[in-house]
Design a protein around this ligand. Structure first.
Ligand code: C5P
Length: 427
């Protein structure tokens, strides 16, 4: 692609660039240049931390306009005000998004200009995380990332590679050109129909809401099958993928019911959440949520449950060896809904979590379950998918066509899947 084309792609776009306080803040200056080369205007906002690494003057010089730093700048409030600042653009880009900034965003803090803008804005937000390898891997950061993705925030990177502390691993901020590319994709999806006018409504255009007027049911998370009042059978599903799909479908304009097993991640915004424990409860909740245009079964439903109904008493050791546990098969929700004679959703999607011969199993499953599409992923331990934040998926359609996507964040998988489903439904 030539640079001329790149220039056209961001012409008339206005980007609010929040620069966080990390060593890679210097790369944000290069990002300003790249964005302007592509035709965008850039309004820089620096956190206090960012100003330890780069100066507002340098950002302003490269942007060709004033850089903002203070929430309580009287002159600035009289002139424009932070709420207006949060509206008068097409997108917000946060680069570098430090662990601290991600935590404050996920927590909804508004203690400085950058976080106040991020809380007040209704524009699409793209963040480019950058931090030490251990900080990126920390459960708190993983939780914050999941929260932000569920809130509709997009991520680009981080990349793996050599870090400032001579460590190697994921944590390096994406390169400025990658961030600019990701911004172009986000803007194209979030209302390319109205270039430069995003600030008028602050909402994505209908082009970005392809599921407007549609009903979507999503299952997510594990099920818990009680053995007695304190013990249960379960699995390692986090619910991240299913929750992200529910969030993406809602962002695409659908009325979404999310039927979720027990999970420790937050409810996605704008979605009706029905909480269940067992497979049988999940089936009833799904039946109650129909009719729907699309049903996506992303839950890791327990195939079996203990035969005896859990009583009110804990099973005791009596010295005669382990208590016998007889298992019976649970209802298959995906198969039940796929085979409904009346009220079957036009598009029924199953997931196939496999540890080996992923595609063969998925093809057999689509025939057995009677669904329209299977999203297959490899959950072998090496892949780190179960409970992790990334996913590599294959889409197998009923007519045998196959599509394989690169390794992506679960939020990005969800958005692509929702766009794909809207396309299938439209046909
Ligand atoms: O048969 P398997 O569990 O591998 O199939 C996975 C797919 O079937 C997933 O979409 C899962 O949500 C769905 N499923 C279901 N009810 C079950 C078992 C699986 O809906 N009892």
């Amino acid at each position: 692609m030539t640079e001329t084309l790149k220039t056209e792609t961001l012409a008339n776009r206005r980007v609010l660039l929040v620069i966080g306080g990390g060593i890679t803040a210097y790369k944000a200056l290069d990002l300003i240049r790249r964005l302007r080369e592509r035709g965008a205007s850039v309004c820089p906002v620096l956190t206090a931390g960012a100003q330890e690494f780069v100066t507002p003057l340098a950002a302003a010089a490269l942007a060709g306009e004033r850089a903002h730093t203070d929430l309580f700048d009287r002159a600035e409030e009289a002139d424009i005000g932070h709420i207006k600042l949060a509206r008068q653009a097409d997108a917000v880009v946060v680069a570098p998004a430090t662990a601290n900034l991600m935590a404050r965003m996920a927590g909804g803090h508004a203690a400085d200009l950058a976080t106040t803008i991020l809380l007040a804005t209704t524009l699409p937000i793209l963040i480019a995380p950058a931090m030490n390898v251990q900080m990126w891997a920390h459960p708190a950061t993983r939780r914050n990332r999941a929260t932000l993705e569920a809130d509709g925030v997009r991520l680009v990177g981080p990349n793996a590679g050599k870090m400032a502390e001579a460590e190697t691993g994921p944590g390096r901020m994406a390169e400025p050109t990658e961030i600019a590319d990701a911004l172009e994709t986000m803007l194209a999806e979030a209302g390319a129909a109205a270039p430069g006018l995003g600030f008028l409504s602050g909402r994505p255009s209908t082009a970005a809401r392809p599921l407007s007027g549609r009903r979507v049911v999503v299952t997510s998370g594990p099920t818990h099958e009680p053995i007695d009042p304190v013990r249960y059978l379960a699995n390692r599903s986090s619910g991240r993928q299913g929750h992200a799909i529910a969030a993406a479908a809602a962002a695409a304009g659908a009325a979404v019911t999310l039927v979720s097993g027990p999970v420790s991640i937050p409810d996605p915004a704008g979605v009706t959440v029905v909480r269940v424990e067992t497979a049988r409860e999940m089936l009833s909740a799904v039946a109650a949520a129909l009719p729907a245009d699309i049903a996506v079964f992303a839950a890791a439903v327990a195939d079996w449950r203990p035969e005896t109904e859990a009583g009110s008493k804990k099973i005791k050791k009596d010295g005669s060896g382990p208590a016998p546990l007889t298992l019976v098969e649970n209802p298959d929700i995906l198969s039940t809904v796929s085979h409904l004679e009346t009220g079957r959703p036009p598009l029924v999607v199953g997931f196939a979590a496999e540890t080996d011969t992923v595609l063969d199993h998925a093809r057999a499953k689509i025939a057995r379950k009677g669904c329209d599409l299977i999203v297959a992923n490899d959950v072998s331990v090496a892949g780190g998918v179960m409970g992790g934040t990334d996913n590599t998926v294959h889409l197998i359609h009923r007519d045998g066509t196959l599509e394989t996507w690169p390794r992506l964040g679960k939020g990005e998988v969800a958005r692509r899947l929702v766009t794909h489903l809207a396309g299938l439904l439209g046909r």
